[in-house]
Design a protein around this ligand. Sequence first.
Ligand code: PEP
Ligand code: MN
Length: 270
Amino acid sequence: LMDRRSSLSGNKIKIGNLTIGEDLLVIAGQCTIDPKNPNYFYETAHAVKEAGANSIRGGVWKPRTNPYSFQGDNKSLDILMEAHRRTGLPVDAEVMDEHQLHLAIEAGVHMLQVGARNALNYSLLRAIGGAVASRPSTVVLLKRSIHMGPLNEFISAAEYIAAFGNPNILLCPRGTSPAIDGYRNHPDESITPLLKEKTWAPVVVDPSHSVGKAAYVPACALAAVAYGADGLCIESHISPSKGIGDDPKQALTPEMLAYTIREARQLWAA
Ligand code: PEP
Ligand code: MN
């Protein structure tokens, strides 16, 4: 593991109009884009912008536990990019293989998400590193593995990408397994200061997958900011019960999101 902390601690990561460190990064939007109901996604995109998010997330391809569940759709990539055009905000989507990686890059996705299931998929990490090497404006949101061991395992995964030359990586704790009873995972926002001590990369916590229930998301988000997080990645849907994927359980309504962002920004600035 190369220690890039000293050489890259001054590295400024820009995402849209935001420079990390100058304001709290909030990536918000649906777990899963529903290609049959694009208007939900456009309404969600406008609503999360209104609520104070500065980046939009939307799952195009989804890693589902059940192989018969909805797996995503290439059409959702167009919907995601249309939401970018309508709001002016940069967009984030998970890529699970090299084909999706190239489609996302071709389309102009601003933030490529490595999901928790692929956080230790070294050939995918290398492919992403290679693909973004000549694109410093493309940022990678690297989730922590569900079964992640020592912190160095997480940091080394980031290094796999950074080794190709683009260090613009956001480390994303998203809860680990086994879960705390009642939560989806074991929330791990408390590793934020440890990561920040050891590496160059900003920490963007995902409270949604950590706790897995909308009612508990705001507290987890605020805890993350109290621990020093540079950003949050929060699932939100204009009408959670109409969502697919994690949204019916996990997505915040735009009102809850606005409350969470307001409180989080106040704490972040304090
Ligand atoms: C997601 O962001 O919707 C997702 C699948 O996250 P994770 O990879 O953390 O489970
Ligand atoms: Mn999800």
